[in-house]
Design a protein around this ligand. Structure first.
Ligand code: CA2
Length: 151
């Protein structure tokens, strides 16, 4: 059974505590429970993480690239938070690791402020999910199953 890594970036630990109009009222623990269900439905083990530190996210992506090459990881669902719009380092890490990665956003970033319209992740992502609220995590996991299906 392969693992799906769901990686969450800065401030996503605050989910459900502020800005419910944008991000909903469910917490990151609720997101993890939803991901666990989606992974079970698609035959994945779940590795669910959050960090506010760019370097930790980068190292997790490097490790994920090695795990995918070794055949133990299906790929990554990444909500890079605000690093989406700023991080050349994350872009380079994704490209360099060769990992299969789905970019995810809870909100529709294209319907928000102009500074959220550009993503450094999109050019190196296999696919992008945005605007479905936290249900997008389940959709991204289903997408990862679709992308990695061998039969
Ligand atoms: O829509 C998304 O998932 C985002 O990746 C969320 C990021 C934002 O910077 C991106 O533009 C879009 C923000 C994550 C912080 O989430 C908070 C949740 C509750 C309270 C404060 C921040």
């Amino acid at each position: 059974m392969k693992t799906a890594l769901v990686l969450n970036g800065p401030n996503l630990n605050l989910l459900g505590m502020r800005e419910p109009a944008v991000y909903g009222s469910q917490t990151l623990a609720d997101v993890e429970a939803l991901c666990l269900k989606a992974c079970a439905a698609h035959g994945f083990k779940l590795d669910f993480r959050q960090s506010n530190h760019e370097g930790i996210l980068i190292e997790a992506i490097h490790d994920a690239g090695r795990a995918e090459a070794a055949g133990t990881l299906a790929g990554v669902v990444l909500n890079a938070g605000a690093y989406t719009h700023t991080s050349v380092a994350l872009h380079d890490a994704i490209k360099g690791s060769g990992v299969t990665l789905i970019e995810l956003h809870i909100s529709n970033v294209h319907a928000r402020e102009a500074f959220r319209h550009h993503s450094y992740i999109s050019p190196v992502a296999k696919a992008v999910v945005a605007g479905f609220g936290i249900k997008g995590y389940a959709l991204a996991i289903a997408g990862l199953a679709e992308l990695t299906q061998t039969v």
